[in-house]
Design a protein around this ligand. Structure first.
Ligand code: ADP
Length: 266
């Protein structure tokens, strides 16, 4: 993997971007993309300029979650160089391999190709000025993760976990990658997703179906705060599937949880 790393090494510089934040999870399906999307919306609603890089090359969900799966980025020439214009949806700039490949095609890319695509997402996309560039990381801790965190000036990482035991072990592994000495990316905090279930008609009832306290446990391990606890809410899932993030509805009961996570981050 060392040549993969040198490929990207020192080639990433984004002077207009204030914070590059990796949103990471030890395993898939814990809601990393869902939280990236809604956190981005919450940050935007607080007045920040926000972009998203969907670094999940083999399973990009950002286009669908933003209802942008049919959009294609344009290429423009600036100072003699070709630039990809990011897709602009709901006020958020975004790029994903999903915008560049036919729908439903399985992207089976080897490490170096995936790293090359990611390199383009940083260097060849016209990001302009951004307060936050969120990286929706692929699940796990593989080659691509290392390449990313070693070659991109990542400001910090957010760990997403669900409360139960099996998720915790993976989340710890994911977090450890960032803090190892040669990587040294600070963990900014933990967001616990699926903390409890709340039925729409009984919003004051909480059912801790995945257990309790997991997010806090990880946060303690890395000596960082819990930035937020997001319950399981049917509308969050529907928003993802319909391409209208729940945070589009600022009055949604859940929007407070995302807003406070965004405030804790800022
Ligand atoms: P990951 O990016 O970690 O693989 P996703 O964000 O794709 O996970 O979420 C997996 C599924 O769970 C999606 O269908 C999503 O809509 C749903 N989901 C995630 N978080 C919540 C939540 N808090 N409440 C309800 N559904 C959720």
């Amino acid at each position: 993997t060392s040549d993969v790393t040198t490929n990207l090494n020192k080639s990433v510089a984004l002077p207009g971007v204030k914070n590059i934040i990796a949103v990471s999870s030890g395993k898939g399906g814990v809601g990393k993309s869902t939280l990236t999307v809604n956190l981005a919306m919450a940050l935007k609603q607080s007045g920040a300029k926000v972009g998203i890089i969907d670094a999940d090359i083999s399973g990009p969900s950002i286009p669908i979650m933003f209802g942008a799966q049919d959009m294609q980025p344009l290429v423009t020439v600036k100072d003699g160089k070709n630039y990809i214009n990011p897709i602009l949806q709901y006020g958020i700039k975004m790029i994903s391999i999903g915008f560049l490949t036919p729908p439903d095609s399985a992207v089976v890319w080897r490490g170096p190709m995936a790293s090359q695509a990611l390199k383009q997402f940083f260097n060849d996309v016209d990001w302009g000025e951004l307060d936050y560039l969120l990286l929706d990381m692929p699940p796990g801790t593989g080659d691509i993760h290392l390449t990313l965190v070693q070659s991109v000036p990542v400001t910090g990482a957010i760990i997403i976990t669900t409360p139960q035991k099996v998720a915790l072990a993976d989340a710890t592994k994911g977090g450890s990658m960032f803090v190892q000495p040669n990587i040294n990316v600070p963990i900014l905090g933990v967001i616990e997703n699926m903390s409890y279930f709340t039925p729409e008609e009984l919003p004051e009832n909480k059912y801790y179906i995945f257990g309790q306290g997991g997010g806090e446990q990880i946060a303690k391990k890395f000596n960082v705060p819990v930035l937020g606890n997001i319950p399981i809410v049917q509308k969050i899932r529907e928003g993802g599937d319909e391409g209208r993030p729940i945070m589009m509805d600022e009055n949604a009961i859940i929007s407070k949880a995302f807003k406070s996570a965004a405030e804790n981050l800022a």
